[in-house]
Structure formats: structure tokens, C-alpha cells
Ligand binder design. Structure first.
Ligand code: ZN
Length: 142
């Protein structure tokens, strides 16, 4: 028996349970929530007390590639992975929405890494101004 089978999560498989409108709103709502959480988690990862053991590995990539978005130290990957695990216990999500969230977040991470690489190579020095692009906004306000 899985946790899903036990009914402990709020995952559902019939669109009729909450309707098509809720399905669409839940997708965009969780995307917005994930992006907001990621921003604040990322700010926390840059705190001097945790940066070296939690986020340094991600910043070891000096020339970002699409794979850079997945270059995470285990503690950081674990914390970020907990987001979707926690969400399925507090927000009703259709299984299709959960799959689309994973696909969207993965594609978005790759696109961001590719865009960061383009921005880095477009600069006269060929390097990012502050680390690589995904962290530039956080670094700028840290
Ligand atoms: Zn960072």
C-alpha cells in the first residue's frame, strides 16, 4: 500500500472531484507558490551559516549549461524536493497537474540555465557579473 492508496495525501484522479476550473487554478497557483518558495529558500541558501554545505556546489558551475539547474548538493536537492511532497498533503492536486508541475518546473529550470548562459556569454568579459544568472537577483539583494 502506498501513501496515495492510504488517502493521506490530497491527490485525486477524477477531474469531477474538484472540476476543470480548480484543476487549472491549482496548476498556476502551485507554480506561483513554488516560485515564491524557491526565491525565499534560495535567499536562505545564501546565508553565510549554510552556504558552504548547502549551496556551494550549485555555484561551482562557472559556465552554466542546461545541466547546471540540476547541479545541487544533496541537502539543497532534498529541501527543494520537499516542496512538492508537502504540497500534496495540503493542497488537493489532480495526478495530471502533479505531473505537469514536475515537467513545467524541469523545463523552466533548463530554460533559465540556458538563458543565463546566453547572458553570461553576451557580456564583454564572457562571465556572469555575480556568480551565475539564477543567483544574480538573490546575490544583488543579499
Ligand atoms: Zn545561489
Amino acid at each position: 500500500m502506498t501513501i496515495y492508496d492510504s488517502g493521506a495525501t490530497l491527490l485525486y484522479s477524477s477531474i469531477d472531484d474538484y472540476g476543470l476550473g480548480y484543476l487549472i487554478v491549482s496548476f498556476f497557483g502551485v507554480i506561483l507558490l513554488q516560485d515564491t518558495c524557491f526565491y525565499f529558500f534560495h535567499r536562505g541558501f545564501h546565508h553565510p551559516l549554510v552556504f558552504d554545505w548547502l549551496h556551494q556546489g550549485h555555484h561551482s558551475s562557472k559556465h552554466p549549461t542546461p545541466w547546471t539547474s540540476f547541479a545541487l548538493d544533496f541537502p539543497e536537492a532534498f529541501i527543494q524536493g520537499l516542496f512538492l511532497v508537502a504540497v500534496v498533503f495540503v493542497i488537493p492536486l489532480h495526478l495530471l497537474v502533479l505531473a505537469l508541475l514536475l515537467i513545467t518546473m524541469t523545463i523552466w529550470a533548463v530554460i533559465k540555465a540556458m538563458a543565463e548562459n546566453s547572458l553570461a556569454t553576451a557580456r564583454p568579459s564572457g562571465t556572469a557579473l555575480v556568480g551565475h544568472g539564477c543567483c544574480s537577483v538573490v546575490d544583488a539583494y543579499s
